[in-house]
Design a protein around this ligand. Structure first.
Ligand SMILES: Cc1cc2nc3c(=O)[nH]c(=O)nc-3n(C[C@H](O)[C@H](O)[C@H](O)COP(=O)(O)OP(=O)(O)OC[C@H]3O[C@@H](n4cnc5c(N)ncnc54)[C@H](O)[C@@H]3O)c2cc1C
Length: 308
Protein backbone atom coordinates (compact mmCIF):
# COMPACT_ATOMS: atom_id res chain seq x y z
CA UNK A 1 0.00 0.00 0.00
CA UNK A 2 1.38 3.41 -0.92
CA UNK A 3 2.52 5.42 2.07
CA UNK A 4 1.03 8.91 2.35
CA UNK A 5 2.88 12.02 3.46
CA UNK A 6 2.88 12.49 7.21
CA UNK A 7 4.58 15.72 8.36
CA UNK A 8 5.41 14.12 11.72
CA UNK A 9 7.51 11.46 9.99
CA UNK A 10 9.44 14.13 8.12
CA UNK A 11 9.88 16.10 11.35
CA UNK A 12 11.28 13.04 13.13
CA UNK A 13 13.57 12.18 10.22
CA UNK A 14 14.89 15.75 10.05
CA UNK A 15 15.72 15.89 13.74
CA UNK A 16 18.09 12.98 13.21
CA UNK A 17 20.10 15.04 10.69
CA UNK A 18 22.23 18.17 10.95
CA UNK A 19 20.31 19.90 8.15
CA UNK A 20 19.15 23.33 9.37
CA UNK A 21 15.37 23.56 9.09
CA UNK A 22 12.33 25.29 10.49
CA UNK A 23 8.73 24.22 10.63
CA UNK A 24 5.94 26.42 9.34
CA UNK A 25 7.90 29.03 7.40
CA UNK A 26 6.02 31.88 5.70
CA UNK A 27 7.13 31.80 2.08
CA UNK A 28 6.06 35.39 1.31
CA UNK A 29 9.24 36.42 3.10
CA UNK A 30 11.28 34.49 0.56
CA UNK A 31 9.70 35.77 -2.66
CA UNK A 32 10.36 39.08 -4.40
CA UNK A 33 6.63 39.70 -4.91
CA UNK A 34 6.02 39.10 -1.21
CA UNK A 35 3.27 36.52 -1.68
CA UNK A 36 2.90 32.97 -0.41
CA UNK A 37 1.53 30.93 2.46
CA UNK A 38 3.40 28.68 4.82
CA UNK A 39 5.62 25.71 3.96
CA UNK A 40 5.40 22.73 6.31
CA UNK A 41 9.21 22.67 6.41
CA UNK A 42 11.90 25.05 5.21
CA UNK A 43 15.31 23.43 4.83
CA UNK A 44 18.57 25.27 4.34
CA UNK A 45 21.29 22.72 3.54
CA UNK A 46 24.82 24.14 3.84
CA UNK A 47 26.66 21.68 1.64
CA UNK A 48 26.12 19.53 -1.41
CA UNK A 49 26.04 16.46 0.91
CA UNK A 50 23.31 18.02 3.05
CA UNK A 51 21.39 18.98 -0.08
CA UNK A 52 21.47 15.37 -1.35
CA UNK A 53 20.50 14.16 2.12
CA UNK A 54 17.54 16.57 2.23
CA UNK A 55 16.24 15.36 -1.13
CA UNK A 56 16.72 11.69 -0.16
CA UNK A 57 14.95 12.24 3.15
CA UNK A 58 11.92 13.87 1.53
CA UNK A 59 11.69 11.04 -0.96
CA UNK A 60 12.01 8.41 1.77
CA UNK A 61 8.94 9.75 3.63
CA UNK A 62 7.02 10.54 0.44
CA UNK A 63 7.10 14.26 1.17
CA UNK A 64 6.69 16.65 -1.72
CA UNK A 65 9.60 19.03 -2.02
CA UNK A 66 10.63 21.94 -4.15
CA UNK A 67 13.85 23.90 -4.49
CA UNK A 68 13.82 27.66 -3.96
CA UNK A 69 16.52 30.13 -4.92
CA UNK A 70 15.95 33.88 -4.70
CA UNK A 71 12.18 33.45 -5.14
CA UNK A 72 12.17 36.04 -7.93
CA UNK A 73 10.35 34.02 -10.57
CA UNK A 74 7.82 32.07 -8.55
CA UNK A 75 4.24 32.48 -7.43
CA UNK A 76 3.57 30.62 -4.20
CA UNK A 77 0.01 29.60 -3.40
CA UNK A 78 -1.82 31.40 -0.58
CA UNK A 79 -2.21 27.95 1.00
CA UNK A 80 1.56 27.54 0.98
CA UNK A 81 3.31 24.23 0.41
CA UNK A 82 2.48 20.91 2.04
CA UNK A 83 5.94 19.40 2.13
CA UNK A 84 9.48 20.75 2.24
CA UNK A 85 10.94 23.77 0.55
CA UNK A 86 14.67 23.26 0.12
CA UNK A 87 16.32 26.65 -0.08
CA UNK A 88 19.77 27.14 -1.60
CA UNK A 89 20.39 30.31 0.46
CA UNK A 90 23.24 28.75 2.45
CA UNK A 91 25.04 27.39 -0.62
CA UNK A 92 26.84 30.64 -1.23
CA UNK A 93 30.53 30.01 -1.87
CA UNK A 94 32.22 31.68 -4.79
CA UNK A 95 35.82 31.50 -6.00
CA UNK A 96 38.08 31.82 -9.01
CA UNK A 97 38.75 28.17 -9.77
CA UNK A 98 41.31 28.41 -12.53
CA UNK A 99 43.02 30.94 -14.75
CA UNK A 100 44.34 30.11 -18.22
CA UNK A 101 45.89 33.02 -20.08
CA UNK A 102 43.30 35.79 -20.15
CA UNK A 103 40.48 33.36 -19.36
CA UNK A 104 39.26 32.49 -15.88
CA UNK A 105 36.66 30.12 -14.49
CA UNK A 106 34.47 31.29 -11.62
CA UNK A 107 32.83 28.59 -9.49
CA UNK A 108 29.64 29.85 -7.85
CA UNK A 109 27.27 27.84 -5.68
CA UNK A 110 23.54 27.81 -6.40
CA UNK A 111 22.59 30.25 -3.65
CA UNK A 112 24.98 33.00 -4.72
CA UNK A 113 22.89 36.05 -5.69
CA UNK A 114 23.58 37.19 -9.26
CA UNK A 115 24.51 40.62 -7.87
CA UNK A 116 27.24 38.96 -5.79
CA UNK A 117 28.48 37.03 -8.84
CA UNK A 118 28.78 40.17 -10.97
CA UNK A 119 30.40 42.11 -8.09
CA UNK A 120 32.89 39.28 -7.44
CA UNK A 121 33.79 39.06 -11.13
CA UNK A 122 34.36 42.81 -11.28
CA UNK A 123 36.50 42.84 -8.11
CA UNK A 124 38.66 40.12 -9.67
CA UNK A 125 38.99 41.95 -12.98
CA UNK A 126 36.91 39.38 -14.85
CA UNK A 127 34.40 40.39 -17.51
CA UNK A 128 31.49 38.53 -19.06
CA UNK A 129 28.89 38.43 -16.29
CA UNK A 130 27.89 42.13 -16.46
CA UNK A 131 24.60 41.50 -18.29
CA UNK A 132 23.34 39.59 -15.25
CA UNK A 133 23.55 42.66 -13.02
CA UNK A 134 20.03 43.75 -12.16
CA UNK A 135 18.46 40.28 -12.38
CA UNK A 136 17.38 39.63 -8.79
CA UNK A 137 17.85 35.89 -8.53
CA UNK A 138 20.38 33.29 -7.49
CA UNK A 139 22.86 31.35 -9.61
CA UNK A 140 20.71 28.18 -9.26
CA UNK A 141 17.53 29.98 -10.29
CA UNK A 142 19.32 31.61 -13.21
CA UNK A 143 20.53 28.21 -14.42
CA UNK A 144 17.07 26.70 -13.97
CA UNK A 145 15.37 29.53 -15.85
CA UNK A 146 18.28 30.21 -18.22
CA UNK A 147 17.92 33.82 -17.15
CA UNK A 148 19.08 36.53 -19.45
CA UNK A 149 18.47 39.86 -21.06
CA UNK A 150 19.60 42.10 -23.89
CA UNK A 151 20.26 39.10 -26.17
CA UNK A 152 22.38 37.15 -23.70
CA UNK A 153 21.56 34.35 -21.31
CA UNK A 154 23.34 32.54 -18.50
CA UNK A 155 23.91 29.54 -20.77
CA UNK A 156 26.33 31.71 -22.82
CA UNK A 157 28.84 31.80 -19.96
CA UNK A 158 28.17 28.38 -18.40
CA UNK A 159 30.87 25.75 -18.84
CA UNK A 160 29.39 23.04 -16.61
CA UNK A 161 27.00 22.54 -13.70
CA UNK A 162 27.52 20.40 -10.65
CA UNK A 163 24.10 18.87 -10.05
CA UNK A 164 22.55 16.71 -7.33
CA UNK A 165 19.85 14.10 -7.78
CA UNK A 166 19.38 13.13 -4.14
CA UNK A 167 21.84 10.24 -4.33
CA UNK A 168 24.96 11.61 -5.91
CA UNK A 169 26.43 14.67 -7.51
CA UNK A 170 27.14 14.67 -11.23
CA UNK A 171 28.83 17.13 -13.56
CA UNK A 172 26.66 18.23 -16.46
CA UNK A 173 28.33 19.83 -19.44
CA UNK A 174 26.60 22.92 -20.82
CA UNK A 175 25.06 20.77 -23.57
CA UNK A 176 23.58 18.37 -21.00
CA UNK A 177 21.77 21.19 -19.18
CA UNK A 178 19.08 21.43 -21.89
CA UNK A 179 19.21 25.22 -21.91
CA UNK A 180 16.39 26.81 -23.87
CA UNK A 181 14.46 30.09 -23.69
CA UNK A 182 13.71 30.48 -19.94
CA UNK A 183 14.10 26.74 -19.41
CA UNK A 184 16.58 23.95 -18.74
CA UNK A 185 16.58 20.41 -17.33
CA UNK A 186 16.48 21.76 -13.76
CA UNK A 187 12.96 22.95 -12.95
CA UNK A 188 10.94 19.85 -12.14
CA UNK A 189 13.59 17.55 -13.60
CA UNK A 190 14.53 15.69 -10.43
CA UNK A 191 18.05 17.09 -10.72
CA UNK A 192 19.17 20.27 -9.02
CA UNK A 193 21.95 22.76 -9.61
CA UNK A 194 24.49 22.89 -6.76
CA UNK A 195 27.15 25.02 -8.40
CA UNK A 196 28.31 26.16 -11.81
CA UNK A 197 31.52 26.97 -13.55
CA UNK A 198 31.34 30.22 -15.51
CA UNK A 199 33.77 31.34 -18.19
CA UNK A 200 35.01 34.90 -17.85
CA UNK A 201 37.74 36.97 -19.44
CA UNK A 202 40.30 39.29 -17.91
CA UNK A 203 39.26 42.91 -18.28
CA UNK A 204 39.99 46.27 -16.70
CA UNK A 205 37.86 46.93 -13.62
CA UNK A 206 36.70 50.36 -14.81
CA UNK A 207 35.63 48.88 -18.16
CA UNK A 208 33.62 46.17 -16.35
CA UNK A 209 31.99 48.81 -14.14
CA UNK A 210 31.10 50.89 -17.18
CA UNK A 211 29.52 47.89 -18.96
CA UNK A 212 27.59 46.98 -15.77
CA UNK A 213 26.28 50.54 -15.46
CA UNK A 214 25.19 50.49 -19.10
CA UNK A 215 23.22 47.28 -18.55
CA UNK A 216 21.67 48.64 -15.35
CA UNK A 217 20.65 51.89 -17.02
CA UNK A 218 18.80 49.92 -19.73
CA UNK A 219 16.57 48.65 -16.89
CA UNK A 220 15.57 52.07 -15.66
CA UNK A 221 12.00 51.86 -16.98
CA UNK A 222 11.41 48.60 -15.12
CA UNK A 223 8.70 48.67 -12.41
CA UNK A 224 10.09 49.24 -8.92
CA UNK A 225 7.16 47.71 -7.05
CA UNK A 226 7.42 44.11 -5.87
CA UNK A 227 7.04 41.62 -8.72
CA UNK A 228 8.22 38.35 -10.25
CA UNK A 229 9.73 40.04 -13.31
CA UNK A 230 8.16 38.98 -16.59
CA UNK A 231 5.11 36.83 -15.96
CA UNK A 232 4.78 35.45 -19.51
CA UNK A 233 7.30 34.24 -22.08
CA UNK A 234 7.62 36.31 -25.21
CA UNK A 235 6.25 34.60 -28.30
CA UNK A 236 8.46 34.07 -31.34
CA UNK A 237 6.80 37.04 -33.04
CA UNK A 238 5.83 39.45 -30.23
CA UNK A 239 6.95 40.48 -26.75
CA UNK A 240 4.27 39.35 -24.28
CA UNK A 241 4.20 42.84 -22.73
CA UNK A 242 3.21 44.38 -26.06
CA UNK A 243 0.37 41.85 -26.54
CA UNK A 244 -0.98 42.65 -23.07
CA UNK A 245 -0.55 46.41 -23.47
CA UNK A 246 -2.32 46.38 -26.85
CA UNK A 247 -5.18 44.52 -25.18
CA UNK A 248 -5.64 47.63 -23.03
CA UNK A 249 -4.80 45.93 -19.77
CA UNK A 250 -2.15 48.20 -18.24
CA UNK A 251 -3.33 49.28 -14.80
CA UNK A 252 -5.91 46.48 -14.48
CA UNK A 253 -6.31 45.55 -10.83
CA UNK A 254 -7.44 42.52 -8.88
CA UNK A 255 -7.32 43.01 -5.12
CA UNK A 256 -3.80 44.15 -4.25
CA UNK A 257 -2.27 43.09 -7.59
CA UNK A 258 -1.99 45.24 -10.69
CA UNK A 259 -0.77 44.87 -14.28
CA UNK A 260 2.05 47.39 -14.23
CA UNK A 261 1.58 50.75 -15.95
CA UNK A 262 5.30 50.79 -16.75
CA UNK A 263 5.60 47.28 -18.23
CA UNK A 264 2.51 45.22 -19.04
CA UNK A 265 4.34 41.88 -18.60
CA UNK A 266 4.91 42.68 -14.92
CA UNK A 267 2.24 42.07 -12.28
CA UNK A 268 3.05 44.15 -9.23
CA UNK A 269 2.05 43.84 -5.61
CA UNK A 270 0.58 47.22 -4.77
CA UNK A 271 -0.64 46.27 -1.32
CA UNK A 272 -1.26 42.92 0.34
CA UNK A 273 -1.84 41.10 -2.93
CA UNK A 274 -2.70 37.42 -2.71
CA UNK A 275 -1.65 34.68 -5.09
CA UNK A 276 -5.31 34.44 -6.14
CA UNK A 277 -5.27 38.15 -7.10
CA UNK A 278 -2.25 37.47 -9.31
CA UNK A 279 -3.91 34.38 -10.80
CA UNK A 280 -6.97 36.45 -11.62
CA UNK A 281 -4.83 38.93 -13.58
CA UNK A 282 -2.99 36.11 -15.33
CA UNK A 283 -6.32 34.63 -16.43
CA UNK A 284 -7.58 38.07 -17.58
CA UNK A 285 -4.40 38.70 -19.61
CA UNK A 286 -4.46 35.27 -21.22
CA UNK A 287 -8.13 35.49 -22.14
CA UNK A 288 -7.86 39.03 -23.56
CA UNK A 289 -4.77 38.27 -25.65
CA UNK A 290 -6.26 35.01 -26.91
CA UNK A 291 -9.50 36.67 -27.89
CA UNK A 292 -7.80 39.57 -29.68
CA UNK A 293 -4.94 37.72 -31.40
CA UNK A 294 -5.54 33.97 -31.14
CA UNK A 295 -2.21 33.69 -29.28
CA UNK A 296 -2.08 31.70 -26.03
CA UNK A 297 0.44 33.23 -23.65
CA UNK A 298 2.56 30.81 -21.63
CA UNK A 299 3.75 31.62 -18.13
CA UNK A 300 7.46 32.17 -17.56
CA UNK A 301 6.95 32.14 -13.80
CA UNK A 302 6.83 28.85 -11.91
CA UNK A 303 4.09 27.91 -9.47
CA UNK A 304 4.72 26.51 -6.02
CA UNK A 305 1.88 24.85 -4.10
CA UNK A 306 -1.67 24.00 -5.04
CA UNK A 307 -3.80 26.27 -7.21
CA UNK A 308 -7.40 25.71 -8.21
C1 LIG B 1 12.40 42.93 -10.96
C2 LIG B 1 12.72 41.63 -11.67
C3 LIG B 1 13.44 41.67 -12.85
C4 LIG B 1 13.75 40.49 -13.52
N1 LIG B 1 14.48 40.54 -14.69
C5 LIG B 1 14.78 39.41 -15.33
C6 LIG B 1 15.54 39.44 -16.54
O1 LIG B 1 15.96 40.49 -17.02
N2 LIG B 1 15.81 38.26 -17.15
C7 LIG B 1 15.38 37.07 -16.65
O2 LIG B 1 15.67 36.03 -17.25
N3 LIG B 1 14.67 37.00 -15.51
C8 LIG B 1 14.36 38.14 -14.84
N4 LIG B 1 13.64 38.07 -13.68
C9 LIG B 1 13.16 36.76 -13.20
C10 LIG B 1 14.11 36.07 -12.22
O3 LIG B 1 14.89 37.01 -11.51
C11 LIG B 1 15.02 35.06 -12.91
O4 LIG B 1 14.28 34.05 -13.57
C12 LIG B 1 15.98 34.39 -11.91
O5 LIG B 1 16.97 33.70 -12.60
C13 LIG B 1 15.27 33.44 -10.96
O6 LIG B 1 16.19 33.06 -9.97
P1 LIG B 1 15.74 32.72 -8.50
O7 LIG B 1 16.93 32.28 -7.76
O8 LIG B 1 14.98 33.84 -7.93
O9 LIG B 1 14.79 31.47 -8.78
P2 LIG B 1 13.46 31.07 -8.01
O10 LIG B 1 12.40 32.09 -8.32
O11 LIG B 1 13.74 30.78 -6.60
O12 LIG B 1 13.11 29.71 -8.75
C14 LIG B 1 12.73 29.71 -10.12
C15 LIG B 1 12.63 28.24 -10.57
O13 LIG B 1 13.94 27.68 -10.55
C16 LIG B 1 13.96 26.53 -9.71
N5 LIG B 1 15.26 26.51 -9.03
C17 LIG B 1 15.80 27.48 -8.26
N6 LIG B 1 17.02 27.12 -7.85
C18 LIG B 1 17.25 25.89 -8.36
C19 LIG B 1 18.33 24.98 -8.28
N7 LIG B 1 19.44 25.26 -7.59
N8 LIG B 1 18.24 23.81 -8.95
C20 LIG B 1 17.12 23.50 -9.66
N9 LIG B 1 16.05 24.32 -9.77
C21 LIG B 1 16.12 25.50 -9.12
C22 LIG B 1 12.80 26.70 -8.75
O14 LIG B 1 12.35 25.45 -8.25
C23 LIG B 1 11.78 27.37 -9.67
O15 LIG B 1 11.13 26.41 -10.48
C24 LIG B 1 13.31 39.24 -12.99
C25 LIG B 1 12.60 39.21 -11.78
C26 LIG B 1 12.31 40.40 -11.12
C27 LIG B 1 11.57 40.34 -9.82
Amino acid sequence: MEQIYDPERLATALVATAIPHVRGERLAAHTTIGIGGTADFYLTPRTEAEFNEAVALCRSVRAKFTVLGGGSNVLVSDAGFRGAVISTEKLCNISVEKRAGDLAFIRAEAGVPLAKLTHFACENGLGGTEFLAGIPGSVGGALAMNAGCFGRSVSDITVSVQAADGRKTVILSREMCGFAYRNSVFPGGGIFAISALFLTKTAKKDKIEETTKAFLSMRRGQPRARSMGSVFKNTAAYPAGRLIEESGLKGTRAGGACISQEHANFIVNVGSASAEDVRTLIAIAKAAVRERTGITLEEEIRYIGEFT
